[in-house]
Ligand binder design. Structure first.
Ligand SMILES: [Zn+2]
Length: 669
């Protein structure tokens, strides 16, 4: 009992002594951004979907990831210890492990901002002290190289930086350090990040374009800009400009790395989808500071290309495991440029072989978040929501300790070939565990995506039961309580607990999927709610005012553009923001899921169900089963031998949490 009281006092006094500043991005001084983050501790989930998810995050995912990255098996923490000189050893594990460990620290910092959990604080300090010991005098920090320099145990091949994830690691360090600083008020991590940013500033001043292009999965654009925003050191803005200017200026650039041509000449999405989306997010950050028109024009053009031609119905990005660049041959017809884990041609969206890496889908969220900050346009929030609830959440199991690298839209156990990565979530994906810490930090930060501040009001981006308590941008206060069982139900009630003085604009997101929204403010109907916009309600608010928003969630059948060959004559089922799928578990035994079609004329009934102790809503309806015998035929005469079957659809993000059977989002009708 006494211990609890003491802890409460510590947490309380900590919150009193440090006023947090900034959220996941800090656009408070960005001249070309319309929106700003609320502080990391401004939003607290109180019940429902995200409260449940955050409980899993705090009780399972974060402790699991912390332990995992301390194990010999991953060797991530060991790499820092060896680099710091604690003992002699070799670097082991992928060269992006440093960055993945920083992502876990970022998640811990975001979680600490809300919970004030002193154990997290202690763990972070311990790790930060080690990272500081590993850092080179000139600020450089990348354990494969530092270990080689200190111990000479790897050989020179380990120093080939082009594919070495050096800048990726440094980028995640800078982002994590900014979040840590905003969460804790401590500068121990930020000081390390300043060393890294200073090192990069000097490096890019002197480096040849060939050396400077060595930057894959460029998380450092976002990282360096956030360092500029945190420290206001003008050199970091200059550095970000240099980073974009220098891309695509060498003869050996590739579409896979988005550097065959300069960014300012690019109009479509190409190449590796994680690298692409991280680049676009970083460029959006740069635009927020400089307002260079061509950057926004290019981002708009690429965004249209992605959302109208290359994105999955789940918000996932990167259709191809491997392929050739659609455009890379134009500069030299004798060469074909290989691409991997990449955007394909327009409308090239295979389902079972979709690469759709969780990190690419998170990149889609990061990019669209930044586009939203620039414009306040709800079309970006629609993409954020789509990715988050579907192709990002599918990256983690319902119990929070297994992870997906790929998020395909169909799984067939009898495909006659092995894909490079399996479609079963794993605790540790030895060669590609980047996604696990990425989804870990992202889910710790969802609350911060839920609201934005503007000069004269508030944007409500995501719905769910939570309390918001924040300063307005006019040094006033607003406090509100949101009650909702979203995404299972579209009824949202918002109660004003503390109102700012004067007219205040509350902008409520009307999702693009909702065509029949209704809105009451203190019982009075507000008209003209257009899907895919923010509804501005400007008034002098007072304590006790009530906003009631209803976003009816009917069951919708979605079809793809006829140019998407893989989904011809098929539908996907959506309800609210959630995409649904059929798993073999939910049809009668022994029936081959590939031969099941959906009856779109049958009503779909909503049912409550538990999977892995999580409450979900399933859709129960009917379909048809075509029992034709294919043996090994490739073609055969059309069979019309169909029988009726009942089918139950589950939310896409919950697939693979029971048995590992077949699954499909798209169903013939
Ligand atoms: Zn990944």
């Amino acid at each position: 009992m006494n211990v609890i009281v003491v802890n409460l006092i510590i947490v309380f006094s900590l919150n009193l002594t440090f006023a947090q500043t900034g959220g996941i991005t800090d656009t408070s001084k960005s001249p070309y951004a319309k929106l700003q983050s609320v502080n990391l501790n401004a939003v607290k989930w109180t019940e429902g979907f995200w409260k449940d998810q955050l409980k899993i995050e705090n009780e399972h995912t974060l402790p699991y990831m912390w332990d995992l990255y301390h194990k010999e098996e991953t060797h991530a923490y060991n790499n820092f210890e060896i680099a710091a000189g604690l003992y002699k050893g070799k670097h082991d594990g992928p060269s992006f492990h440093d960055g993945d460990f920083y992502k876990i620290l970022e998640g811990m910092a975001a979680s600490y901002a809300v919970t004030g959990d002193q154990e997290l604080n202690k763990q972070m300090d311990e790790a930060i002290a080690l990272i500081a010991d590993a850092q080179r005098e000139d600020g450089y920090l990348h354990t494969p190289v530092l270990i080689e320099e200190r111990w000479g145990t790897l050989g020179p091949e380990a120093l080939q930086k082009q594919l070495g994830f050096e800048k990726y690691n440094m980028g995640h360090l800078m982002t994590a350090a900014c979040i840590h600083y905003r969460s804790t008020g401590k500068s121990n991590f930020l000081n390390i990040a300043k060393g890294v940013a200073d090192y990069l500033y000097d490096f890019y001043k002197k480096a040849s374009p060939e050396l400077a292009r060595n930057a894959i999965c460029p998380s450092h654009y976002m990282g360096v800009i956030e360092m500029y925003r945190t420290t206001r050191d003008i050199r970091y803005l200059e550095l970000t400009k240099n980073l974009i200017n220098i891309r695509g200026t060498t003869a050996d650039g590739t579409d896979d790395n988005q550097d065959r041509i300069p960014f300012r000449d690019q109009t479509t999405a190409m190449g590796h989808a994680v690298r692409a989306n991280y680049l676009y997010a970083g460029v959006a950050d740069l635009y927020a500071e400089t307002g260079e028109a061509v950057l926004l024009e290019r981002l708009n053009s690429i965004w249209e290309d992605v959302t109208k031609r290359k994105m999955y119905v789940t918000g996932a990005c990167g259709a191809l495991y491997d392929g050739v660049s659609p455009d890379g041959t134009s500069y030299n017809p004798t060469d074909v440029q290989k691409i991997h884990q990449a955007y394909g041609r327009p409308y090239q969206l295979p389902n079972a072989t979709a690469h759709t890496e969780t990190c690419a889908n998170i990149g889609n969220l990061l990019w669209n978040w930044r586009m939203l900050q620039l414009t306040g346009d709800a079309k970006y929030t629609d993409v954020m929501e789509l990715s988050l609830y579907n192709s990002i959440l599918s990256g983690i199991s319902l119990t929070g300790k297994e992870f997906n690298y790929n998020n395909p839209l169909a799984i067939y156990q009898d495909l006659p070939f092995d894909q490079r990565w399996g479609n079963v979530r794993q605790g540790y994906i030895a060669l590609s565990n980047c996604c696990a810490p990425n989804v870990t930090r992202t889910l710790a930060e969802v609350a911060n995506y839920a609201y934005n501040l503007t000069k004269n009001g508030l944007f409500i981006n995501f719905y769910g039961s939570n309390n918001l308590k924040t300063n307005t941008l006019n040094e006033d206060l607003i406090e509100l309580e949101q009650l909702s069982n979203y995404p299972w139900d579209g009824k949202i009630t918002i109660k004003i607990k503390k109102a700012p003085k004067g007219i205040y604009h509350i902008n409520l997101r009307i999702p693009g999927w909702c065509t029949d929204a209704s809105l009451l403010v203190n019982g009075k109907t507000i008209e003209n709610l257009d899907p895919g916009t923010y509804k501005n309600v400007a008034k002098k608010w007072k304590q006790g005012d009530v906003i009631e928003l209803e976003l009816p969630m009917s069951v919708n059948f979605i079809e793809a553009n006829p140019l998407v060959e893989e989904t011809k004559n098929q539908v996907a089922v959506k309800r609210g923001p959630l995409v649904y799928c059929l798993e073999s578990e939910d049809i009668i035994d022994e029936i081959d899921l590939k031969k099941v079609s959906i009856n779109i004329d049958s009503p779909f009934k909503i049912e409550n169900q538990d999977i892995s102790k999580r409450k979900i809503i399933t859709l129960k309806g009917s379909g048809f089963y075509n029992n034709s015998n294919w043996e090994e035929n490739l073609y055969q005469p059309l069979s019309t031998n169909e029988q009726k079957v009942s089918i139950t659809l589950i939310p896409y993000f919950t697939w693979g949490n029971r048995n590992n059977g077949d699954m499909s989002v798209w169903l013939a009708y």
